[in-house]
Design a protein around this ligand. Sequence first.
Ligand code: NAD
Length: 334
Amino acid sequence: MKVAVFSTKAYDRKFLSAANSSTQHELVFFEPRLNRDTAILAAGFPAVCVFVHDQVDAPTLELLASRGTRLVVLRCAGFNNVDLQAAADLGITVVRVPAYSPYGVAEHAVGLILSLNRKIHRAYNRVREGNFSLDGLLGFNLHERTIGIVGTGKIGLILGQIMKGFGCNLLAYDVYRNPELEALGGKYVELPELFANSDIISLHCPLTAETHHLINAEAIEQIKSGVMLINTSRGALIDTQAVIEGLKSGKIGYLGVDVYEQESELFFEDLSGAIIQDDIFQRLTTFPNVLITGHQAFFTAEALHNIAETTFANIADVEHGRPCANEIRAQVSA
Ligand code: NAD
Protein backbone atom coordinates (compact mmCIF):
# COMPACT_ATOMS: atom_id res chain seq x y z
CA MET A 1 0.00 0.00 0.00
CA LYS A 2 1.15 3.56 -0.66
CA VAL A 3 1.61 5.24 2.73
CA ALA A 4 2.30 8.94 3.41
CA VAL A 5 4.31 9.07 6.64
CA PHE A 6 4.01 12.44 8.42
CA SER A 7 6.14 13.99 11.20
CA THR A 8 9.07 11.86 10.09
CA LYS A 9 12.34 12.01 12.00
CA ALA A 10 15.50 10.11 11.04
CA TYR A 11 14.72 7.45 13.66
CA ASP A 12 11.21 6.87 12.25
CA ARG A 13 12.64 6.42 8.77
CA LYS A 14 15.20 3.92 10.07
CA PHE A 15 12.83 1.70 12.05
CA LEU A 16 9.89 1.89 9.62
CA SER A 17 12.12 1.14 6.61
CA ALA A 18 13.67 -1.84 8.41
CA ALA A 19 10.25 -3.28 9.31
CA ASN A 20 8.99 -2.63 5.76
CA SER A 21 11.78 -4.64 4.13
CA SER A 22 9.60 -7.78 4.26
CA THR A 23 6.22 -6.11 3.56
CA GLN A 24 7.31 -3.78 0.74
CA HIS A 25 4.77 -1.01 1.15
CA GLU A 26 5.51 2.16 -0.77
CA LEU A 27 6.48 4.57 2.02
CA VAL A 28 6.90 8.27 1.31
CA PHE A 29 8.35 10.19 4.25
CA PHE A 30 7.26 13.77 4.95
CA GLU A 31 8.85 15.88 7.69
CA PRO A 32 5.89 18.26 8.30
CA ARG A 33 3.10 17.43 10.68
CA LEU A 34 -0.21 16.46 9.15
CA ASN A 35 -2.80 19.21 9.42
CA ARG A 36 -5.27 20.93 7.11
CA ASP A 37 -2.42 22.82 5.39
CA THR A 38 -0.25 19.79 4.70
CA ALA A 39 -2.98 17.22 3.95
CA ILE A 40 -2.52 17.96 0.23
CA LEU A 41 0.81 16.08 0.41
CA ALA A 42 -1.17 12.86 0.88
CA ALA A 43 -3.19 13.25 -2.34
CA GLY A 44 -3.53 9.83 -3.94
CA PHE A 45 -2.23 7.92 -0.87
CA PRO A 46 -4.74 5.35 0.46
CA ALA A 47 -3.04 5.51 3.89
CA VAL A 48 -1.41 8.14 6.09
CA CYS A 49 0.82 7.31 9.06
CA VAL A 50 0.85 9.87 11.90
CA PHE A 51 2.20 10.53 15.42
CA VAL A 52 1.10 12.36 18.57
CA HIS A 53 1.25 15.98 17.36
CA ASP A 54 -0.37 15.52 13.94
CA GLN A 55 -3.77 17.24 13.81
CA VAL A 56 -6.19 14.72 12.40
CA ASP A 57 -9.26 16.90 12.84
CA ALA A 58 -12.44 16.96 10.75
CA PRO A 59 -11.23 19.46 8.09
CA THR A 60 -7.98 17.50 7.65
CA LEU A 61 -9.88 14.22 7.36
CA GLU A 62 -12.26 15.75 4.79
CA LEU A 63 -9.29 16.86 2.69
CA LEU A 64 -7.69 13.43 2.98
CA ALA A 65 -10.91 11.62 2.08
CA SER A 66 -11.54 13.84 -0.93
CA ARG A 67 -8.15 12.80 -2.33
CA GLY A 68 -8.48 9.07 -1.76
CA THR A 69 -7.21 8.35 1.77
CA ARG A 70 -9.12 5.54 3.50
CA LEU A 71 -6.81 4.62 6.38
CA VAL A 72 -5.17 6.59 9.22
CA VAL A 73 -2.38 4.61 10.88
CA LEU A 74 -1.32 6.01 14.25
CA ARG A 75 2.17 5.00 15.31
CA CYS A 76 1.29 5.75 18.94
CA ALA A 77 -1.27 4.68 21.55
CA GLY A 78 -3.09 7.95 22.31
CA PHE A 79 -5.68 9.16 19.79
CA ASN A 80 -6.89 12.41 21.35
CA ASN A 81 -5.58 14.17 18.18
CA VAL A 82 -7.98 12.27 15.88
CA ASP A 83 -11.65 13.16 15.29
CA LEU A 84 -12.92 9.59 15.30
CA GLN A 85 -16.52 10.57 14.55
CA ALA A 86 -15.45 12.54 11.47
CA ALA A 87 -13.30 9.60 10.35
CA ALA A 88 -16.24 7.21 10.73
CA ASP A 89 -18.55 9.57 8.82
CA LEU A 90 -16.02 9.75 5.98
CA GLY A 91 -15.47 5.98 5.88
CA ILE A 92 -11.86 6.28 7.08
CA THR A 93 -10.50 3.46 9.25
CA VAL A 94 -8.24 4.44 12.17
CA VAL A 95 -5.74 2.02 13.73
CA ARG A 96 -3.13 2.52 16.47
CA VAL A 97 -0.34 0.85 18.45
CA PRO A 98 -1.90 0.34 21.89
CA ALA A 99 1.25 -0.75 23.75
CA TYR A 100 4.85 -0.49 22.68
CA SER A 101 7.05 0.42 25.61
CA PRO A 102 5.47 0.09 29.05
CA TYR A 103 8.89 -0.89 30.45
CA GLY A 104 10.56 2.06 28.72
CA VAL A 105 8.11 4.58 30.19
CA ALA A 106 8.18 3.08 33.70
CA GLU A 107 11.99 2.95 33.63
CA HIS A 108 12.11 6.59 32.54
CA ALA A 109 9.89 7.54 35.48
CA VAL A 110 12.37 5.77 37.76
CA GLY A 111 15.18 7.68 36.05
CA LEU A 112 13.45 10.96 36.90
CA ILE A 113 12.91 9.84 40.52
CA LEU A 114 16.55 8.83 41.03
CA SER A 115 17.95 11.91 39.28
CA LEU A 116 15.78 14.35 41.23
CA ASN A 117 16.35 12.63 44.56
CA ARG A 118 20.14 12.38 44.26
CA LYS A 119 20.44 15.60 42.21
CA ILE A 120 22.33 13.80 39.46
CA HIS A 121 21.39 16.51 36.94
CA ARG A 122 23.13 19.08 39.16
CA ALA A 123 26.08 16.87 40.10
CA TYR A 124 26.81 16.24 36.39
CA ASN A 125 27.31 19.95 35.75
CA ARG A 126 29.22 20.59 38.98
CA VAL A 127 31.80 17.87 38.42
CA ARG A 128 32.41 19.05 34.83
CA GLU A 129 33.25 22.47 36.26
CA GLY A 130 35.57 21.07 38.90
CA ASN A 131 33.10 21.70 41.73
CA PHE A 132 33.13 18.68 44.02
CA SER A 133 31.16 20.27 46.87
CA LEU A 134 28.28 18.17 48.21
CA ASP A 135 26.31 21.15 49.52
CA GLY A 136 22.77 21.03 48.16
CA LEU A 137 23.05 17.45 46.90
CA LEU A 138 21.54 15.69 49.94
CA GLY A 139 19.10 12.96 48.96
CA PHE A 140 16.95 10.40 50.79
CA ASN A 141 16.76 6.61 50.80
CA LEU A 142 13.92 5.24 48.67
CA HIS A 143 13.78 2.22 50.98
CA GLU A 144 10.59 2.36 53.11
CA ARG A 145 9.36 5.53 51.42
CA THR A 146 5.81 5.55 50.05
CA ILE A 147 5.07 5.97 46.37
CA GLY A 148 1.52 6.76 45.25
CA ILE A 149 0.75 5.50 41.75
CA VAL A 150 -2.23 7.07 39.99
CA GLY A 151 -3.30 4.74 37.17
CA THR A 152 -2.22 1.13 37.62
CA GLY A 153 -2.48 -0.21 34.08
CA LYS A 154 0.49 -1.50 32.12
CA ILE A 155 2.97 1.28 32.99
CA GLY A 156 1.78 1.94 36.55
CA LEU A 157 2.04 -1.76 37.41
CA ILE A 158 5.62 -2.01 36.10
CA LEU A 159 6.58 1.10 38.06
CA GLY A 160 5.09 -0.58 41.16
CA GLN A 161 7.18 -3.69 40.51
CA ILE A 162 10.39 -1.66 40.15
CA MET A 163 9.72 0.51 43.21
CA LYS A 164 8.87 -2.58 45.25
CA GLY A 165 12.40 -3.71 44.42
CA PHE A 166 13.71 -0.55 46.08
CA GLY A 167 11.74 -1.44 49.23
CA CYS A 168 9.05 1.22 48.79
CA ASN A 169 5.51 1.00 50.15
CA LEU A 170 2.94 1.18 47.35
CA LEU A 171 -0.26 3.20 47.44
CA ALA A 172 -2.50 3.21 44.39
CA TYR A 173 -5.51 4.89 42.89
CA ASP A 174 -7.37 3.75 39.78
CA VAL A 175 -10.97 3.45 38.66
CA TYR A 176 -10.29 -0.32 38.41
CA ARG A 177 -8.17 -2.36 40.80
CA ASN A 178 -5.28 -4.33 39.30
CA PRO A 179 -4.89 -7.63 41.21
CA GLU A 180 -1.23 -7.84 40.15
CA LEU A 181 -0.55 -4.55 41.94
CA GLU A 182 -2.39 -5.84 45.03
CA ALA A 183 -0.35 -9.06 44.88
CA LEU A 184 2.78 -6.88 45.19
CA GLY A 185 1.38 -5.48 48.44
CA GLY A 186 0.00 -2.33 46.82
CA LYS A 187 -2.91 -0.76 48.72
CA TYR A 188 -5.73 0.98 46.85
CA VAL A 189 -6.91 4.17 48.53
CA GLU A 190 -8.93 7.21 47.50
CA LEU A 191 -6.98 10.13 46.01
CA PRO A 192 -6.97 12.34 49.15
CA GLU A 193 -5.39 9.50 51.17
CA LEU A 194 -2.83 8.87 48.43
CA PHE A 195 -2.01 12.59 48.27
CA ALA A 196 -1.64 12.88 52.06
CA ASN A 197 0.60 9.83 52.54
CA SER A 198 2.87 9.60 49.50
CA ASP A 199 6.48 10.80 49.45
CA ILE A 200 6.45 10.38 45.67
CA ILE A 201 3.37 10.64 43.42
CA SER A 202 3.62 9.29 39.88
CA LEU A 203 0.88 9.74 37.28
CA HIS A 204 0.07 6.90 34.86
CA CYS A 205 -3.60 7.42 33.95
CA PRO A 206 -4.82 8.62 30.54
CA LEU A 207 -5.88 12.20 29.89
CA THR A 208 -9.67 12.34 30.01
CA ALA A 209 -12.26 14.91 31.09
CA GLU A 210 -12.05 13.38 34.62
CA THR A 211 -8.25 13.46 34.85
CA HIS A 212 -7.69 16.91 33.28
CA HIS A 213 -5.77 19.01 35.87
CA LEU A 214 -5.96 16.16 38.39
CA ILE A 215 -3.07 17.92 40.13
CA ASN A 216 -4.47 21.39 40.73
CA ALA A 217 -4.31 23.89 43.62
CA GLU A 218 -6.84 21.88 45.65
CA ALA A 219 -4.86 18.64 45.24
CA ILE A 220 -1.60 20.42 46.10
CA GLU A 221 -3.14 21.53 49.39
CA GLN A 222 -3.74 17.87 50.25
CA ILE A 223 -0.27 16.54 49.44
CA LYS A 224 2.52 15.85 51.89
CA SER A 225 4.85 18.82 52.11
CA GLY A 226 7.99 18.32 50.03
CA VAL A 227 6.44 15.64 47.81
CA MET A 228 8.12 14.49 44.60
CA LEU A 229 5.67 14.72 41.67
CA ILE A 230 6.36 12.70 38.51
CA ASN A 231 4.35 12.93 35.28
CA THR A 232 5.25 10.77 32.28
CA SER A 233 1.65 10.44 31.13
CA ARG A 234 0.07 13.55 29.57
CA GLY A 235 0.87 17.20 30.32
CA ALA A 236 -2.67 18.34 31.03
CA LEU A 237 -2.95 15.97 34.01
CA ILE A 238 -1.32 18.81 35.94
CA ASP A 239 -2.21 22.48 36.16
CA THR A 240 1.29 23.82 35.56
CA GLN A 241 0.60 27.27 37.02
CA ALA A 242 -0.65 25.69 40.27
CA VAL A 243 2.41 23.44 40.36
CA ILE A 244 4.69 26.46 39.93
CA GLU A 245 3.00 28.03 42.98
CA GLY A 246 3.52 24.73 44.85
CA LEU A 247 7.21 24.74 43.93
CA LYS A 248 7.59 28.36 45.03
CA SER A 249 6.01 27.66 48.43
CA GLY A 250 8.03 24.45 48.88
CA LYS A 251 4.90 22.27 49.13
CA ILE A 252 6.19 20.46 46.07
CA GLY A 253 9.78 19.45 46.76
CA TYR A 254 10.61 17.99 43.36
CA LEU A 255 8.99 17.89 39.93
CA GLY A 256 9.93 15.47 37.15
CA VAL A 257 7.95 15.68 33.91
CA ASP A 258 8.31 14.13 30.47
CA VAL A 259 5.13 15.78 29.21
CA TYR A 260 3.81 19.32 29.26
CA GLU A 261 0.35 20.71 28.52
CA GLN A 262 1.57 22.98 25.69
CA GLU A 263 4.28 20.59 24.49
CA SER A 264 3.12 20.50 20.87
CA GLU A 265 4.62 23.99 20.46
CA LEU A 266 8.00 22.79 21.72
CA PHE A 267 8.75 19.12 21.88
CA PHE A 268 10.47 17.01 19.19
CA GLU A 269 12.08 20.10 17.60
CA ASP A 270 15.51 21.74 18.06
CA LEU A 271 14.58 25.23 19.31
CA SER A 272 18.00 25.95 20.82
CA GLY A 273 18.44 29.02 18.57
CA ALA A 274 14.89 30.30 19.02
CA ILE A 275 13.33 32.63 21.59
CA ILE A 276 10.85 30.45 23.46
CA GLN A 277 7.65 32.40 24.00
CA ASP A 278 6.06 30.12 26.59
CA ASP A 279 6.75 31.93 29.88
CA ILE A 280 5.18 29.19 32.02
CA PHE A 281 7.51 26.59 30.54
CA GLN A 282 10.48 28.92 30.88
CA ARG A 283 9.66 29.53 34.57
CA LEU A 284 9.63 25.77 35.16
CA THR A 285 13.15 25.46 33.77
CA THR A 286 14.49 27.93 36.38
CA PHE A 287 13.86 25.68 39.41
CA PRO A 288 16.84 23.57 40.55
CA ASN A 289 14.43 20.84 41.72
CA VAL A 290 12.62 20.49 38.39
CA LEU A 291 13.71 18.00 35.75
CA ILE A 292 12.04 18.10 32.33
CA THR A 293 12.51 15.73 29.42
CA GLY A 294 10.84 16.25 26.05
CA HIS A 295 8.41 13.32 25.72
CA GLN A 296 11.18 10.77 25.46
CA ALA A 297 9.95 8.19 27.98
CA PHE A 298 8.78 5.87 25.19
CA PHE A 299 11.97 6.37 23.17
CA THR A 300 13.79 3.04 23.29
CA ALA A 301 14.98 0.84 20.42
CA GLU A 302 12.53 -1.83 21.52
CA ALA A 303 9.63 0.64 21.38
CA LEU A 304 10.49 1.94 17.90
CA HIS A 305 10.83 -1.65 16.68
CA ASN A 306 7.46 -2.61 18.21
CA ILE A 307 5.76 0.49 16.81
CA ALA A 308 7.03 -0.27 13.30
CA GLU A 309 6.09 -3.97 13.43
CA THR A 310 2.58 -3.28 14.78
CA THR A 311 2.06 -0.45 12.27
CA PHE A 312 2.66 -2.79 9.33
CA ALA A 313 0.62 -5.61 10.90
CA ASN A 314 -2.26 -3.12 11.24
CA ILE A 315 -1.92 -2.02 7.60
CA ALA A 316 -1.84 -5.67 6.46
CA ASP A 317 -5.04 -6.46 8.39
CA VAL A 318 -6.91 -3.55 6.82
CA GLU A 319 -5.45 -4.17 3.35
CA HIS A 320 -6.57 -7.81 3.40
CA GLY A 321 -9.99 -7.08 4.90
CA ARG A 322 -9.20 -8.89 8.17
CA PRO A 323 -10.60 -7.60 11.48
CA CYS A 324 -7.89 -5.46 13.11
CA ALA A 325 -7.69 -5.70 16.90
CA ASN A 326 -6.06 -2.25 16.97
CA GLU A 327 -8.82 -0.44 15.11
CA ILE A 328 -10.35 2.42 17.12
CA ARG A 329 -13.88 3.64 16.69
CA ALA A 330 -15.72 6.74 17.81
CA GLN A 331 -17.35 5.27 20.93
CA VAL A 332 -14.04 4.19 22.57
CA SER A 333 -12.73 6.77 25.07
CA ALA A 334 -9.12 8.02 24.66
P1 NAD B 1 -3.20 1.61 30.47
O1 NAD B 1 -4.46 1.80 29.70
O2 NAD B 1 -2.60 0.24 30.52
O3 NAD B 1 -3.41 2.10 31.98
C1 NAD B 1 -4.07 3.30 32.31
C2 NAD B 1 -4.74 3.08 33.66
O4 NAD B 1 -5.33 4.33 34.03
C3 NAD B 1 -5.85 2.04 33.63
O5 NAD B 1 -5.65 1.10 34.67
C4 NAD B 1 -7.12 2.85 33.84
O6 NAD B 1 -8.15 2.15 34.55
C5 NAD B 1 -6.58 4.03 34.64
N1 NAD B 1 -7.49 5.16 34.67
C6 NAD B 1 -8.38 5.56 33.74
N2 NAD B 1 -9.07 6.64 34.17
C7 NAD B 1 -8.58 6.92 35.40
C8 NAD B 1 -8.88 7.92 36.36
N3 NAD B 1 -9.85 8.82 36.15
N4 NAD B 1 -8.18 7.92 37.52
C9 NAD B 1 -7.21 6.99 37.76
N5 NAD B 1 -6.90 6.01 36.87
C10 NAD B 1 -7.57 5.99 35.72
O7 NAD B 1 -2.18 2.67 29.89
P2 NAD B 1 -0.59 2.64 29.97
O8 NAD B 1 -0.04 1.90 28.80
O9 NAD B 1 -0.19 2.25 31.35
O10 NAD B 1 -0.27 4.19 29.73
C11 NAD B 1 -0.61 5.16 30.70
C12 NAD B 1 -0.44 6.53 30.08
O11 NAD B 1 0.95 6.75 29.79
C13 NAD B 1 -1.12 6.70 28.71
O12 NAD B 1 -2.45 7.13 28.88
C14 NAD B 1 -0.29 7.76 28.04
O13 NAD B 1 -0.90 9.02 28.28
C15 NAD B 1 1.05 7.71 28.76
N6 NAD B 1 2.18 7.35 27.88
C16 NAD B 1 3.25 8.21 27.85
C17 NAD B 1 4.34 7.90 27.05
C18 NAD B 1 5.56 8.80 27.03
O14 NAD B 1 6.43 8.62 26.17
N7 NAD B 1 5.69 9.74 27.93
C19 NAD B 1 4.35 6.73 26.28
C20 NAD B 1 3.24 5.88 26.35
C21 NAD B 1 2.15 6.19 27.16
